[in-house]
Design a protein around this ligand. Structure first.
Ligand code: 4AD
Ligand code: MG
Length: 568
């Protein structure tokens, strides 16, 4: 290594491979070693003692010691839940600048084995402070004290600095990775479905509208204020002016005036006419939304028709399943329901596989295998974060994942579920149970948490409470739908076999009072080369809730959107 050059510079020009236990793994795209690659090694980092590294992170806690001769910093870079203990001597840097919670420090030094009896396996003795992002402790909104998740919702931009939100972020990331791994492993193709759509997948009318008409109207209103349209009197004056100019041309012509004089008069007339036409057009401008036949005229909107944010990518992904056979989409979905519950968001992410040549049973098998895979993946890859959750939020989080990953899910028909719930005597439900009702969250949770104490798949729901695209069963009363219910959350997945018979689905759309026109393209999938197919949607945040044991869905998505809230 070259003489006295700072360590980071030396490292920047060197590609270091992980060549055994005693060398640190340097990050490929930033000049540092991830804290995870120091303290999460099987040996806790002991084998790295004596090695020089650079690390960066944010101070969790810092304290000056030895009468201000040195400071201990607990440093976290988000790569793992644990912190690296860093020791800085006063001779290296002014300590008061480093110790406040939230301070960003980027340092280099030597890893050391701490004295016997300390809980750390390894600590960093700083030789050089490369950079500091200071914090004014009087102003920093996230002090060291324990803060409620509700309080943190007012600081969504800073809350990833907390242990809880960073653990949730890592678990969420692992679930996304596991999702792609599962579907790719089983030959599913990832399809990007549109965010803006004109069809209401669930037919429930809970869509956010996408329009530029309001902006246009606002712009026009401002413009008209600044530059008001001509009044009737002004128009009349302009009309008179045109008339005068016309008469002038006629007069000159009959007086056999010179060519030049006539041309000049004609030019004046043309100018007056143009100016009048413009004024006339402006006089027609009306503030507000464009109207036609007493309704808003969407033909003047950006997409020349009404458009919305998607509630589900299912309909579009079906088109790909009916060509590429096994596909999935994983993207944001939007619902304008005014539910202020701990299980609903206005913007959430959904994983939606769609399988051709498959029926409801295949659908349930896929859903069960996928959920089990997610649980096992977390147990294999996120144990330290899960342990944090167990300690601070939900004692049973790890046991629940173990149980779900290893226990066959209970499968019962909707009719059986209702019969079981009707017999319940030890609990009074707020919503009355009878055949035909949409199961409420309290019923779903009772089935999975109390009666079966494991995930339950309820299938064959009454057609009246489910979406138009679900396949009508031979009893003509139920559809081939299925919901996966899990403890802690209730409904995690909703899915179905799709109605592949053209006449039947067309009838169902009309029966539900929906217009056919936006679904014509969807009907084409049944008109041409129709195929038996099925699919489901897993609410990604519900899965994070289930895994972490966190109570409110607003705390498991980086930037929650719910009624009254869309910050940042
Ligand atoms: O049951 P849902 O409405 O099903 C569909 O949207 C189908 N098109 C899916 C498909 O078959 N491809 O929604 C699926 C899941 C629910 O089970 C629930 O977990 C979650 O999405 N979900 C929500 N999550 C958070 N906030 C909301 N407002 C949610 N609405 C549904
Ligand atoms: Mg549902």
């Amino acid at each position: 290594m070259a003489g006295d050059a700072p360590l980071v510079q030396q490292m920047a020009s060197t590609t270091l491979a992980d060549d055994g236990d005693s060398s640190p793994i340097w990050a490929k795209f930033s000049c540092r070693v991830l804290i995870r690659n120091i303290i999460c090694r099987p040996d806790g980092g002991v084998g790295l003692a004596g090695q020089k590294v650079a690390v960066g992170g944010w101070v969790k806690t810092g304290r000056e010691q030895g009468k201000g001769s040195f400071a201990f910093l607990e440093l976290n870079d988000g790569s793992c839940p644990a912190n690296l203990q860093v020791i800085v001597e006063a001779s290296v840097a002014p300590l008061s600048q480093l110790v406040h919670t939230g301070t960003c420090v980027y340092v280099e030094g030597e890893l050391k084995k701490p004295p016997e009896g300390t809980k750390q396996n390894v600590e960093l003795k700083v030789e050089k402070v490369i950079d500091v992002g200071p914090v004014d402790p009087a102003k920093y909104p996230l002090p060291k004290t324990r803060l409620t998740l509700e309080f943190l919702r007012d600081f969504v931009h800073l809350r990833p600095r907390t242990n809880t939100i960073s653990a949730v972020a890592r678990i969420r990331n692992a679930l996304a990775y596991a999702t792609h791994t599962f579907f790719q492993k089983h030959g599913f193709l990832y399809v990007h479905t549109p965010i803006i759509t004109t069809s209401d997948c669930e037919g429930a009318g809970e869509m956010f509208q996408v329009t530029t008409l309001l902006n246009d109207a606002e712009k026009l209103e401002k413009e008209l204020q600044k530059n008001p349209p001509p009044s009737e009197a002004e128009l009349e004056a302009a009309r008179f002016f045109v008339k005068e100019k016309g008469e002038n041309v006629a007069r000159l012509k009959s007086a056999k005036a010179s060519k030049e004089d006539i041309s000049a008069a004609v030019a004046e007339l043309t100018k007056a006419k143009e100016s009048f036409t413009k004024m006339e057009e402006r006089s027609k401008l009306k503030p507000g939304l464009p109207q036609k036949d007493g309704k808003i005229d969407y033909s003047q909107d950006f997409f020349a028709r009404q458009a919305f944010l998607t509630v589900s990518g299912q309909l579009q992904v079906e088109g790909f399943a009916c060509a590429l056979s096994s596909v999935y989409t994983f993207g944001p979905t939007f619902r304008a329901e005014h539910s202020h519950t701990s299980r609903h968001l206005a913007e959430f992410w959904m994983v939606e596989p769609e399988i051709a040549f498959a029926d409801l049973e295949d659908d349930m098998n896929c859903a069960e295998a996928y959920v089990k895979f997610l649980c096992q993946w977390l147990l294999d890859n996120c144990l330290d974060d899960l342990e944090f959750m167990v300690k601070h939020f939900d004692k049973s989080a790890i046991d629940r994942l173990k149980m779900v990953s290893s226990t066959p899910f209970k499968r019962i028909s909707y009719t059986e579920a209702v019969e079981l719930l009707e017999k319940v005597t030890d609990k009074k439900f707020e919503n009355k149970v009878e055949w035909g009702i949409d199961l409420a969250s309290e019923h779903e949770r009772y089935l999975t948490e109390v009666i079966f104490q494991k995930p339950v798949i309820v299938y064959n729901y009454p057609k009246g409470i489910k979406a138009f695209y679900m396949r009508l069963n031979d009893d003509m009363k139920t559809v081939a739908a299925m919901d996966v219910l899990v403890p802690k959350v209730g409904e995690l997945i909703g899915g179905s076999q799709r109605e592949e018979r053209h006449e039947v689905i067309e009838k169902r759309i009309l029966e539900m009072g929906l217009p056919l026109e936006p679904y014509e393209w969807y009907l084409d999938l049944r008109r041409y080369g129709t195929v038996k197919h099925c699919g489901f949607g897993l609410g990604f945040e519900r899965m994070v809730l289930f895994a972490t044991g966190i109570d409110n869905i607003r705390d498991v998505i980086p930037f929650p959107r719910y009624p009254g809230r869309a910050d940042l």
